[in-house]
Design a protein around this ligand. Structure first.
Ligand SMILES: Cc1ncc(COP(=O)(O)O)c(C=O)c1O
Length: 402
């Protein structure tokens, strides 16, 4: 990737970007300005759940853009109301607040929990979250995240977030105190390298939250909207959180997030929360089209089938080349690469015309479009086979592509 030279000095260098510029995408494929195509298994960071420029989205965007783009947060608009209705009717939640990103949805959840604590729990405000968790890049969501590298970045960050190891119920029990108001976690940790919570753990968390009158917040920004094979990951655990946050796939590529809550914990009053673009008509119309596509008959079954195919292929590849664990939840998958630098694998795949992600130095992550086809999964596996065949005798370097 040309040592990440930035060819555009006017673009702030906040990420290590390869020296190419994307100009076009369709389905599982994306093209750069030289005409080179790439099989895209990153899809805008698990965002383009219907692939690049799906016909449904293109049609919805042009239809809605010709009708109403933005009425402002002080008014209802038709797509905002329709998407709220659709999300509540397809989930266990009663109310929705729309945002422009996953971080903003989580920021809203943190605010709501603190307000609820001030009313119902004598001012309790502390939130227990998990080591290696990821909740976004606003100051509060960075505090809620469990990334060790962020510990001192932008200090002082908001306080009141206590971190515990994942899947360790005793650690949570011993952390709860009179100031605790909520437990916040991803049902499957995405950025840490696809680490699912165990069903027993989430069920125990629900029981603990009920016992101590705490809010249970599931960050489904990455796992929601069909990514793990059900519309929302919580459905697979037999556990209902009090708050669920969404982002990424909800807008299918448009900036849309949401916080969904149960009626009984609603406590925002007008003026407590908001934002200029929240509930924008254009993006919520797109959210509706995405939701409609995901709940259509056969769509989620397809996610399960393609996820199993990719998982089986990765497991065989790992066994053949002596790599590491494969973890999968629908079409959110990771593979540990053993001695081989995952960053080097990403670069090799990039040269060969495929985009994959290395969230950790020795872990690859796969987050393709949910409508990816079998031949495309086979192509990814074949390219990976070629990449590992080149690299297995020549493992190099270390790195971190986060
Ligand atoms: C679980 C989770 N929560 C929150 C976020 C932040 O979302 P956004 O980047 O849209 O602010 C992410 C992004 O990767 C995520 O994976």
């Amino acid at each position: 990737m040309n040592n990440y030279i930035n060819p555009y000095p006017s673009v702030m260098a906040v990420a290590k970007r390869p020296d190419i510029t994307f100009v076009k995408g369709k389905g599982s494929w994306i093209w750069d300005s030289t005409g080179k195509s790439y099989l895209d298994v990153v899809q805008g960071w698990a965002v383009n759940c219907l692939g690049h420029s799906s016909d449904i989205l293109v049609e919805t965007i042009s239809r809605q853009a010709g009708k109403l783009i933005h009425a402002g947060p002080g008014f209802f608009n038709a797509p905002m109301v329709q998407l709220s209705d659709a999300l509540t009717s397809h989930s266990c939640f009663d109310q929705v607040f729309f945002t422009n990103s996953g971080a903003e949805a989580n920021e809203g959840a943190i605010k709501l929990a603190r307000k609820w604590g001030s009313i119902h729990k004598q001012g309790a405000y502390e939130i227990i979250s998990l080591e290696h968790g990821f909740h976004g890049r606003t100051l509060a969501t960075m505090s809620a995240s469990g990334k060790a590298e962020w510990e001192n970045l932008y200090a002082p960050k908001p306080s009141g977030f206590i971190k515990v190891p994942r899947n360790d119920i005793e650690a949570i029990k011993s952390t709860i105190n009179k100031n605790t108001v909520a437990i916040m976690l991803e049902p499957v940790q995405g950025e840490s390298g696809v680490h699912p919570a165990s069903p027993a753990y989430l069920q125990a968390l629900r029981a603990l939250a009920d016992e101590h009158k705490l809010l249970l917040i599931f960050d489904e920004v990455q796992t929601g909207m069909g990514r793990t094979g059900t519309l929302f990951a919580y459905e697979q655990y037999g556990v209902q959180p009090d708050i669920m946050t969404l982002g990424k796939g909800l807008g299918g590529g448009m900036p849309l997030g949401a916080m969904a809550i149960k009626q009984e914990i609603a406590c925002f009053e007008p003026g407590d929360q908001g934002g200029t673009f929240n509930g924008n008509a254009l993006v919520t119309a797109v959210g509706q089209a995405v939701l409609h596509a995901i709940v259509a008959p056969g769509f989620l079954e397809h996610v399960g089938t393609m996820g199993a195919l990719l998982s089986d292929g990765l497991t065989k590849l790992s066994a053949k080349h002596g790599l590491g664990e494969v973890r999968a939840s629908g079409l959110l998958l990771a593979m540990d690469t053993g001695e081989i630098s995952a960053v080097d694998v990403v670069e090799k795949m990039f040269e060969m015309g495929a985009l994959i992600n290395a969230p950790r130095a020795y872990t690859l992550r796969f987050m393709p479009a949910l409508n990816i086809q079998q031949d495309e999964i086979e192509q990814i596996l074949s390219l990976l086979e070629q990449a590992f065949a080149c690299m297995v005798d020549n493992p190099t370097g270390k790195g971190d592509n986060v």
